[in-house]
Write a protein that binds this ligand. Structure first.
Ligand code: BGC
Length: 458
């Protein structure tokens, strides 16, 4: 036992480094979706965009992400996780340079779609890769490094926007992405392929060699035989994805993907300054500063989640998170509906938005990506994750395109209450269907999900 602990602690830094390098994909994800909020103000002026055009420029990145997520699954299973991430790093760089050099709107939209494709791919391949190299007892924490990187990327983008805003240099805002893209691409050259993907392709010697680098020697051989045994049960074609044995895993992944988006997190990420202005915070710089505050709450509570996720488990965090989100949304709706609150509306809205984002970061944010990376069989893991991820990006797009219209149609309190009701529904979904994957190897989870037993009983 003592020997095992020693070896593990010698190995862990390497696993952490590999996970952190892949998580640069998450950092670029966060940066690229956040950067537009500041850049659009200047792009709109320079290219004299109509409101419709402005919406298209803003949402083009989401369309690209949807395409990348939908198309990346087959590639993740065929080319491998690491090679696909290297391709994504190159595309991230191209998207950044392209947007920075855009001579006109069409070019800019195209560059944003290109960056989006890289985001869509990295959004699921990074957690997928990390989950496949992670030792079981810290898998939750390691995979959530990617979510942490997303939240850090969002905050960096706000700060970079803020720094360039004085000079109106929107091209610089996009160009900055090239730095993490280069670090991501170069870093990936030095990390190993996923041992699980290698074994799935029949490259057992290479899989064994990688496992020896990331596990104790005795763990390495027993893990490889578990992987081989589990591979023996899998067919690995598309039809398997929709077969009755995998139905509950697909429902859990798709349901959580929808829940993560339609409970409204991105109304805050994309529109925080607008919401603060609704609440009477008239100065733009105060509104921007409040957004940075929201971003920092997102980062901090993600760190807290990472400390708890392998100890407390995924389910408790998810359920507490959804309950906290529903309560904050109810309060936000109340703040907007009661005239007595008028004088304190600004403060109540800031406090409830912070509570909403904090609750999200504690569970729904990291847990969705983690569970998605854990519940599918190895041979079709890339394709299955890409389905859930594409649904997630579709939800993201729908919410981004309808939020402002919703607030007009239902009123502000009505909109927040609607999100609150949806969040309650998500709580019941999570309570009845989401499995607890803490402490189980990916192969144990797979065997259970195939057994046809109820996911909650795992
Ligand atoms: C979600 C994004 C969201 C981000 C906020 C991610 O897990 O997929 O849509 O913007 O969390 O932290």
């Amino acid at each position: 036992m003592a020997v095992a602990t020693q070896t593990t602690s010698a190995i862990r830094p390497f696993v952490y480094a590999a996970a952190s390098i892949s998580a640069l994909g998450g950092l670029l994800f966060g940066y690229d979706i956040g950067v537009i909020s500041g850049a659009i103000l200047f792009v709109q002026k320079q290219f004299s965009l109509s409101a419709r055009m402005e919406e298209i420029v803003v949402s083009s990145v989401l369309l690209g992400s949807l395409a990348g997520a939908a198309g990346g699954g087959v590639l993740a299973d065929r080319l491998g996780r690491r090679r696909l991430l290297i391709a994504a790093a190159i595309v991230f760089g191209l998207g950044g340079v392209g947007a920075a050099l855009a001579p006109g709107t069409a070019w800019l939209i195209l560059a944003r779609v290109v960056a989006g494709v890289a985001i869509g791919v990295a959004s699921f391949v990074a957690p997928l890769y990390i989950s496949e190299i992670a030792p079981v007892e810290i898998r939750g924490k390691l995979v959530s490094i990617n979510q942490l990187a997303i939240t850090i990327g969002i905050v960096i983008s706000y700060l970079v926007d803020y720094a360039f805003a004085g000079s109106g240099a929107w091209r610089g805002m996009f160009a900055v992405a090239v730095i993490p893209a280069a670090a991501f691409g170069i870093g990936l050259i030095f990390i190993p392929d996923s041992p699980r993907w290698l074994a799935g392709r029949g490259r057992l010697d290479q899989a064994r060699a990688v496992l020896k680098k990331i596990r104790n020697p005795d763990q390495a051989s027993s893990e490889l035989s578990d992987i081989q045994e589990s591979l023996g049960r899998q067919k690995g074609n598309w039809s398997e994805l929709w077969s009755p044995v995998l139905r509950s895993a697909m429902i859990v992944g798709i349901g959580l993907a929808i829940a993560q988006q339609i409970t409204g997190i991105n109304t805050v990420i994309y529109y925080a300054p607008t919401i603060f202005k609704f609440a009477g915070l008239t100065s733009s710089s105060a509104a921007i500063l409040a957004s940075v505050g929201v971003g920092l709450v997102n980062v901090t509570l993600t760190v807290v989640a990472m400390q708890l996720i392998d100890r407390v488990g995924r389910r408790p965090l998810l359920l507490i998170s959804l309950a906290g989100m529903a309560a904050s949304l109810a309060l936000l709706g109340l703040a907007f509906s009661l005239p007595q609150f008028k004088s304190v509306l600004g403060w109540v809205s800031i406090a409830s938005l912070m509570a909403f984002v904090g609750s999200y970061a504690l569970g729904l944010g990291p847990v969705f990506w983690l569970i998605l990376s854990e519940i599918y069989p190895l041979r079709i893991r890339g394709r299955a994750m890409s389905v859930g991820t594409a649904v997630n990006w579709t939800g993201n797009l729908v919410v981004a395109l309808t939020f402002l219209t919703l607030t007009k149609a239902l009123g502000k309190p009505g909109t927040f209450w609607l999100f609150g009701v949806v969040t309650l529904a998500a709580w019941f979904f999570a309570f009845f269907l989401v499995p607890e994957t803490k402490g189980k190897t990916l192969e144990q989870i797979e065997a259970y999900m195939r057994s046809g037993k109820h996911p909650r009983a795992l």
